[in-house]
Design a protein around this ligand. Sequence first.
Ligand SMILES: C[S@@+](CC[C@H](N)C(=O)[O-])C[C@H]1O[C@@H](n2cnc3c(N)ncnc32)[C@H](O)[C@@H]1O
Ligand SMILES: O=C(O)C(=O)C[C@]1(C(=O)O)C=C[C@@H](O)C=C1
Length: 249
Amino acid sequence: MPEPSYRDALFTTPLDEVASFSFDEQVVQCFPDMIRRSVPGYGQIIGMIGVVAKRFVPEGGHIHDLGCSLGACTLAICQQLPPEAFTLDAIDLSPAMIARARDTLASHHPMHRVQLREGDIRYIDYAPSDMIVLNFTLQFLPPEERDAVIARLAEALKPGGVLVLSEKVRFDNEDAERLLFDLHHDFKRANGYSDMEISQKRSALEDVMITDSISTHIDRLERAGLVSVTPWFQHLNFASLLAFKPEAA
Ligand SMILES: C[S@@+](CC[C@H](N)C(=O)[O-])C[C@H]1O[C@@H](n2cnc3c(N)ncnc32)[C@H](O)[C@@H]1O
Ligand SMILES: O=C(O)C(=O)C[C@]1(C(=O)O)C=C[C@@H](O)C=C1
């Protein structure tokens, strides 16, 4: 049986010094609650990733779920595609995440050909893929390393393959940035987070999660040779894009 999951209370007590955010055992224990109460539209994006897989992954196709955490995207894909229809590599840097994801997958989808493993998505080798998912993961890589990672993923995609990139985003327009930043904090308050929790989490994430604008993401994906780059979802300052490897000429 998978371990129980708890309500996120990580930043409820005042801290003298807020340590940098890390995806450790404490975060793992409350991650489903944390991400649902923090990321507007998270559930809709997850559901749609399964639907995108159904449309774009051919019989016998291969999928990568990068920065898979507890495997929510992988599970959504398993719900949409039969076990023998695809293989999937789910990778995360956090051993605690991978251990917990293994339990969940084994109890829900034991027949699917999914490999969950610990790894750093900057350095692993990529098998040719029909679909690659980066669901709120790229934002945790150092900005200067993002171009190279996206270029390698674009190379790994097969002709017609799809990349799903979801990110917290910033806006170059100061008014838009302020408005959506404030509304996101209102969203967190409405989901039961206190001002202190919001502010301490923000400090913890400050140097760890650095956001790009939607246009920076689009430019990067196009520079890597991907086409039909399409933002398909935005809720406040969270967005998701689709990008495709061109069909062979
Ligand atoms: C916000 S979570 C992703 C959420 C998950 N994709 C989902 O849809 O539920 C970010 C994840 O990226 C992982 N991560 C951060 N840097 C990474 C890296 N260089 N290589 C692999 N995983 C990484 C973290 O351990 C964390 O589990
Ligand atoms: O921007 C914030 O305040 C967040 O909490 C965002 C965010 C994310 O986008 O990954 C950060 C860390 C946790 O994984 C859950 C949500």
